[in-house]
Write a protein that binds this ligand. Structure first.
Ligand code: TXA
Ligand code: MG
Length: 326
């Protein structure tokens, strides 16, 4: 951890554990350090980064919270921070344009991971960190997954074991309404669910992105993708195998508890939450299992659908994005 702080101070990038996925961190106020994040990930500069703050009092150094939403922001922060909720707020002028890809807004969160928090506090500056994968690929939920993605491109990976959430943070922006609860625009579904947010505001989908708005690849359909093609089924009768191809089943509950287990002679069956089917466990294991199946030499990964309530929304979002081919 000390080495991580030293490297960050020197303008280097470091892979760090968070409760969601591993991030590739840099000093958010140092544009040259931030540029190294984009380079290591091969990330296009039009895709903005999330800024992580060490303490809530640092929020004012990266964002300017408008009066109309300050009560809501305070309530969200006291309920969900530190934790996997990212807020899109008007940007403070000190945040380099490279971090926000020239947008007038900045995405901010406070990580709950003890190792990340300790490094963030010791550094005493906000850390800009996207997920520590190459652009468009599966987010890493362990240090070994980071190493597979970025080995040789970065000086240090801080290994704190597996991530406890397994999916990237929920991202929202806030629209105030006169005399009513605000609207939360859901930019990315994640560990903090719609049901949890509803106590504080009305959760709605992101409005159609207009042609003149910069593209945000987290919102592009093809993302979080394995190299092996992935098909997301809607029902067991949906599957039309091609002869001679090797298919693996990415199942929710696994062999003994899946209506999809018997529809084909699968090369392999991997369960996200064997037997009982717990969404939290499925979320933790999703990217790990996608990686495992990607490395198994299959021609195609076939994923079962999950019901879209609670965490199921975020899991299905990632499966849909992984299943779209360019
Ligand atoms: O859980 C997480 O959020 C992880 C950990 C490391 O914190 N980070 C992460 O970062 O998933 P990344 O870069 O993979 O995803 C950040 C997403 C991108 O889709 C980006 O487009 C969006 O946040 N984003 C960042 N700034 C934004 C802004 N100002 N307006 C809209 N979207 C923004
Ligand atoms: Mg990412």
């Amino acid at each position: 951890m000390r080495e991580a702080v030293t490297l960050l101070r020197a303008g280097e990038v470091v892979a760090l554990p968070t409760e969601t996925v591993y991030g590739l961190g840099a000093d958010a106020f140092n544009p040259e350090a931030v540029a190294k994040v984009f380079a290591a990930k091969e990330r296009p500069s039009f895709d903005p980064l999330i800024v992580h703050i060490g303490s809530v009092t640092d929020l004012k150094s990266v964002a300017i919270v408008p009066d109309e939403i300050s009560d809501t922001v305070n309530r969200l922060i006291s309920e969900f921070w530190p934790g996997p909720l990212t807020l899109i707020l008007p940007k403070h002028p000190d945040v380099p344009d490279l971090v926000t890809s020239g947008l007038p807004t900045v995405a901010v969160r406070q990580s709950a991971h003890p190792v990340f928090r300790a490094i963030n506090k010791e550094l005493g500056r906000p850390i800009a960190a996207p997920s520590a994968n190459r652009f468009g690929r599966i987010s890493p939920t362990s240090a070994s997954a980071v190493s597979k993605e970025l080995d040789g491109r970065i000086p240090l990976i801080v290994d704190a074991g597996a991530c406890s959430e397994g999916l990237e943070s929920t991202i929202i922006s806030i629209e105030p309404r006169e005399g009513k609860k605000p609207i939360f625009r859901l930019h990315r579904a994640g560990p903090i669910t719609k049901e949890q947010l509803q106590a504080f505001g009305k959760v709605e989908k992101l409005k159609q992105v207009s042609a003149d708005q910069p593209l945000a690849p987290g919102q592009l359909p093809s993302h979080y993708a394995p190299l092996t093609p992935l098909i997301l089924l809607e029902s067991p009768t949906d599957f039309k195998p091609e002869p001679g191809k090797k298919y693996g089943l990415l199942s929710y509950k696994g062999e003994d508890d899946s209506p999809y287990a018997d529809i084909h002679d699968w090369e392999m069956i991997e369960a996200l939450s064997p037997g009982s089917g717990k969404l939290a466990e499925a979320a933790i294991r999703l990217f790990f299992t996608m990686r495992l199946m990607d490395e198994a030499g299959l021609d195609c990964i076939v994923a079962e659908p999950l019901s879209e309530t609670g965490l199921g929304v975020a899991i299905m979002d990632r499966l849909r994005r992984a299943s779209v081919r360019e």
